[in-house]
Design a binder for this molecule. Structure first.
Ligand code: HEM
Length: 313
């Protein structure tokens, strides 16, 4: 058995234009009823996506839906568990922390048309609203030229589309959960006034790349805690990659502008290593940001969603 990207959810492409991240909490009042609702939803979810793709054939609707470790334990206490699924706990370094937050069910929806994103999430909510509470809903958007809200092109060193599946999708190492993925979702609020007042040369040293051309700086030109230095993860000298699909979000009225980080990986340990390196090296991005939430979710393959729908877990 090898990875089959067609059996995976949309964990390896694409970033999208209009994006919504939704985190729900199970009410934990009636385990049997909540499990039954989720089983039905596992089928409904896929039918809703199929229907919307017919209704908006060019809309590029992409979606991923998954469970946190806490949700998995609660809903499927007798089932096997993905090998690397754990509850994300706060990571702390010498100066900064990356706090953990609650969440059971996670959705990452994106499409060319915001109406399709709205319709998808509204239909999902119809089936889930009696057993869940909303923890967070964030709408992200594609910024000019695919730049992060801090003005730099985002994703250059992430794997390109032809290779993305191998980095995002679980393979033979965990056969019961093949074609699943580990999604790490983390919401960052940036102090944009601070950032915008920096000189462009200093911003470039902080990210490790030129702002306009996106060319990488020489190592000696970067700050020691430049983002592309601090976030690097290597195992036995080999650089590790994950599939990153971060997007900006903004709620200007409440002065809340930032980046919703989403990274899909075959191995959660790789994403975790990047996060650890960032806090340990006080990544420059942390110096002007607050991290509002963070949790790990397992995104089942489509056949595993079918097994959930059949009550087989
Ligand atoms: C949330 C705020 C973040 C912003 C605005 C941001 C933005 C960027 C930008 C502009 C780049 C350079 C271009 C590229 O290679 O993509 C980059 C690189 C990178 N980022 Fe982030 N990032 C953020 C958070 C994170 C987090 C939380 C992780 C780790 C889990 C991460 C991992 C990486 C990696 C591995 C690279 C490539 C480094 C290399 O050159 O090898 N980033 N990011």
């Amino acid at each position: 058995m090898t990875i089959d990207p067609m059996k995976a959810q949309d964990v390896w492409k694409d970033v999208g234009q209009h994006v919504q991240f939704t985190v729900l909490k199970l009410n934990r009042k009636d385990q049997a009823a909540e499990r039954e609702t989720i089983e039905e939803f596992a089928d409904r979810y896929q039918a809703i996506l199929r229907s919307l793709r017919i209704r908006d054939a060019d809309g590029d609707l992409k979606a991923a839906f998954g469970f946190s470790n806490a949700a998995w334990d609660y809903l499927f206490p007798d089932a096997k568990k993905p090998k690397e699924l754990e509850t994300y706990e706060t990571l702390s370094g010498p100066k900064y922390s990356m706090p953990a937050s609650e969440g059971d069910l996670f959705f990452h929806i994106r499409a060319k048309d915001e109406a399709v994103v709205y319709e998808a999430i509204s239909q999902f909510r119809r089936f889930l609203k009696d057993v869940t509470t909303v923890v967070d809903e964030t709408k992200g958007f594609r910024y000019f030229e695919g730049r992060a809200i801090i003005g730099f092109i985002d994703g250059t060193e992430a794997p390109q589309i032809e290779d993305a599946a191998d980095y995002a999708i679980i393979g033979d190492e965990d056969p019961d959960f093949i074609n699943g993925s580990y999604a790490f979702a983390q919401k960052w609020r940036h102090n944009m006034d601070f950032w915008n007042k920096l000189k462009t040369e200093d911003q470039e040293k902080a990210v490790g790349r030129e702002k306009f051309t996106d060319l990488e700086l020489e190592d000696g030109e970067k700050f020691k805690n430049a983002h592309n230095v601090a976030s690097k993860a290597e195992i036995n000298g080999v650089e590790q990659k994950i599939v990153r699909m971060n997007v900006p979000y903004s709620d200007p009225a409440s002065d809340n502008t930032g980046t919703y980080f989403i990274g899909y990986s075959r191995h959660w340990t790789v994403t975790k290593m990047m996060l650890k390196n960032m806090v340990e090296k006080s990544d420059y991005l942390l110096t002007f940001s607050d991290i509002l939430s963070g949790q790990l979710y397992f995104i089942p393959s489509r056949p595993l969603l079918d097994s959930i729908a059949e009550g087989e877990l």
